[in-house]
Write a protein that binds this ligand. Structure first.
Ligand code: XMP
Length: 522
C-alpha cells in the first residue's frame, strides 16, 4: 500500500539514506524512500512529490549514464542534492565534476561564501564529509553557498530555481547545524508546510488497518503478542478498528524474565486487549533437553514456537467458532526499506545468528499480513504509543530477543539455570529502576555460565556458578558499546546477586563491544 509523502528521497546507495528520512520527519515533514526507477515511473504517471532529495552514493557520476532530464526538466520541483546528489546537479547543469585524488572523509570545517547566510547557522561550522569526487567548476546558473577549509565547493544554490546541493551530509549527527540546513531547504527553498506528527502517523496507520481489513467480510486478527513495544503498539492501534475481532496470544516458553510476567499481567489489567496466555513451559523445556549448541537451541525454540502457536490457535478457533484471516505483525520501516534497497541493510550477509521470528507462520496458516507500523521508525512507534495513551515505561522497555533467556543460558538449559538467570535479571532490573539508570543503558541482562568457581560464603568453601552482567549502549543493535556504569552501581548489583541468588559465587562484568562481541552471548 503506497502512501504519498511530501518528500521523496531517491536512494543512490548511501549508508545514511535512512537518516535523511528520519531527520526530515523529525522536522515535521513526511518523507519516504524511492528507488530511481520507482521515481521515474511515478513521474511518468504524473505523480510528483512536493520536493525531492537525491541521496549520496558510492558510485561516480562519470560512470552514470542515466538521463536525469525527467527530474531536472520539472522547473518548479525543489531538489536537494546531497554528496553524490550535488555532483549530479553539478554535472547536469553544466558544471565540472572532478575525480577526487585525495577526497574528504570525516569532520571538515566549512564557511559561507561572501554575502551568504542561513538563519541560525554560524559563519563557520563543522560537517561530516565522505566523498572523493567533487564539483570543481560551479554551473553558471548556481551561486556558491559554502566552501570547505580545503577550498572545495561544499554547498551551492541555484540563482532562480529551488535547487540546492551540499557536498557533505547534513543528515548525520556529526554535521553541526545539519537540521538547520535541512530545515532551510524544506521551509525556505521548497516552501513546504509541516505535515508529519503523531496525529498524522496515527491516521496513516489506522488507514492501513482499515484498508487491509476492508476487503474482508468477517475479519479476525491474530497477534503473536510478546508485550514488546512493537507488538503492543501495533495491537493497541489495530484494536481501535477491530474491537472484539483482535486476539493476542502470548506464548510462555518458560524462558521469560520475571519482569515479563509482571508486565503481561499489568497489560491484561490495564488495557482493553484480549490477551490469551499459552503455557508451554514444559514443551520447550522437554524439547531443549540435551541441546548445547547455540544454533541448535535457537532453531528448536523457533520451531517449537511455530508448532505451539499454530496448534493452540487452531484449538481456539474451534472452541470459539471463528476463523482467523489476518496476522498482525510489528514490521517497521527499516525492514521495508531493506526490502526496497537491499544495500541499506547495514551489514550481516552471513548468518551470525538465526533470528527468531514468526516469518513461517503466515504461509503455514494461510493468513494475510496486517502491518500497521510498516511506515514508521522505532522512535515514531514509541511516540505513537504515547499518543495512544500507553504508559511511558511500556513503550520505552529495553529490547528482549525472541528466544528469550534461551540465548542467555550457555550450555544445556535446565530449571536451575533458568531460576538463576531470572532471579539475577530481576535484581539488575530492580536496581536500574531504583537508581534511575534504566534509560542510561540500551539493554541490560545477566548470562548464566556453566562454569563453577571457588568462593567463600560464611567461612565455608563454596563451589558455585559464575554469572555475567552485560549492559550495552546502542541505537539499533547493529553495533554496541559496553555501558560505562558507575562502580558503585556494579558493586551494588554484584553484592545483591551473590547474597540473594542461590548458587552464584562470582559476578563478572562484560566489557566487550560489538563488534567483535555480539550483544547476546549465544
Ligand atoms: P546480537 O546478539 O545479534 O543482538 O548482537 C542484537 C540485538 O538483537 C537482539 N536479538 C534478537 N532479537 N530475535 C529477536 O527478536 C532473536 O533471535 C534475537 N537475537 C538477538 C538482541 O537482544 C539485541 O538487542
Amino acid at each position: 500500500m503506497k502512501m504519498k509523502k511530501q518528500i521523496w528521497v531517491v536512494d543512490f546507495g548511501s549508508q545514511y539514506t535512512q537518516l535523511i528520512i528520519r531527520k526530515s520527519r523529525e522536522l515535521g515533514h513526511s518523507a519516504e524512500l524511492m528507488t530511481l526507477d520507482d521515481c521515474r515511473e511515478a513521474f511518468m504517471k504524473g505523480e510528483t512529490p512536493k520536493c525531492l532529495v537525491l541521496s549520496g552514493g558510492p558510485q561516480s557520476v562519470f560512470e552514470d549514464q542515466t538521463d536525469y532530464s525527467f527530474i531536472f526538466d520539472q522547473i518548479e520541483l525543489p531538489v536537494l542534492g546531497i554528496c553524490y546528489g550535488m555532483q549530479l546537479l553539478g554535472k547536469y547543469f553544466g558544471g565540472v565534476v572532478e575525480k577526487g585524488l585525495i577526497g574528504e572523509y570525516g569532520n571538515a570545517d566549512v564557511a559561507f561564501s561572501p554575502g551568504e547566510e542561513i538563519s541560525g547557522v554560524p559563519a563557520k561550522f563543522s560537517v561530516w564529509m565522505s566523498h572523493s569526487d567533487h564539483v570543481k567548476v560551479l554551473p553558471k546558473s548556481f551561486r556558491p553557498l559554502l566552501i570547505s577549509h580545503n577550498q572545495l565547493l561544499a554547498g551551492m544554490i541555484h540563482k532562480e530555481r529551488p535547487l540546492l546541493g551540499f557536498q557533505f551530509h547534513p543528515e548525520v549527527e556529526h554535521s553541526h547545524f545539519g537540521k538547520n540546513l535541512l530545515s532551510y531547504f524544506y521551509e525556505k527553498v521548497a516552501e513546504l508546510k509541516k505535515d508529519w506528527s503523531s496525529k498524522e502517523m496515527l491516521n496513516e496507520s489506522l488507514d492501513i488497518v482499515r484498508k487491509t481489513l476492508g476487503a474482508e467480510k468477517e475479519p479476525n486478527v491474530l497477534c503473536a503478542f510478546s508485550g514488546g513495544v512493537d507488538s503492543l503498539v501495533a495491537a493497541t492501534l489495530a484494536s481501535k478498528i477491530t474491537n472484539e475481532k483482535m486476539h493476542c496470544f502470548f506464548v510462555d516458553n518458560g524462558l521469560l524474565r520475571l519482569q515479563d510476567y509482571q508486565h503481561i499481567e499489568l497489560l491484561k489489567k490495564n488495557t482493553y486487549l484480549k490477551i490469551e496466555i499459552i503455557d508451554a513451559k514444559h514443551i520447550f523445556l522437554d524439547a531443549l533437553k540435551g541441546l548445547q549448541e547455540p544454533e541448535a537451541k535457537r532453531k528448536m525454540i523457533g520451531k517449537k514456537f511455530i508448532e505451539v502457536f499454530e496448534s493452540k490457535v487452531h484449538e481456539y478457533e474451534s472452541r470459539h467458532g471463528i476463523k482467523f484471516t489476518h496476522l498482525l505483525q510489528g514490521t517497521l520501516y527499516p525492514d521495508v526499506i531493506e526490502s526496497i534497497s537491499p544495500h541499506l541493510k547495514g551489514g550481516k550477509s552471513v548468518t551470525i545468528k538465526s533470528h527468531h521470528n514468526v516469518g513461517g507462520l503466515p504461509e503455514r496458516m494461510k493468513l494475510k499480513l496486517l502491518e500497521p507500523l510498516r511506515n514508521l521508525f522505532k522512535d515514531e512507534v514509541r511516540a505513537m504509543g504515547l499518543h495512544l495513551g500507553l504508559h511511558h515505561d511500556w513503550v520505552y522497555r529495553h529490547p528482549f530477543p525472541g528466544p528469550g533467556l534461551g540465548v542467555r543460558i550457555l550450555g544445556e538449559i535446565n530449571t536451575d539455570a533458568i531460576r538463576i538467570v531470572q532471579h539475577s535479571d530481576q535484581i539488575l532490573y530492580e536496581e536500574l529502576k531504583n537508581q534511575n539508570y534504566y534509560q542510561a543503558t540500551w539493554q541490560a541482562f545477566t548470562v548464566f555460565l556453566p562454569v563453577k568457581t571457588v568462593g567463600v560464603k560464611g567461612d565455608e568453601r563454596a563451589y558455585e556458578n559464575a554469572l555475567v552482567v552485560r549492559m550495552v549502549n546502542s541505537s539499533d543493535g547493529m553495533t554496541a558499546e559496553w555501558t560505562r556504569m558507575p562502580y558503585e552501581f556494579l558493586d551494588l548489583v554484584s553484592r545483591r546477586i551473590t547474597n540473594e541468588v542461590k548458587g552464584v559465587t562470582r559476578v563478572v562484568y562484560d566489557i566487550t563491544s560489538k563488534p567483535p562481541g555480539t550483544i547476546e552471548w549465544e
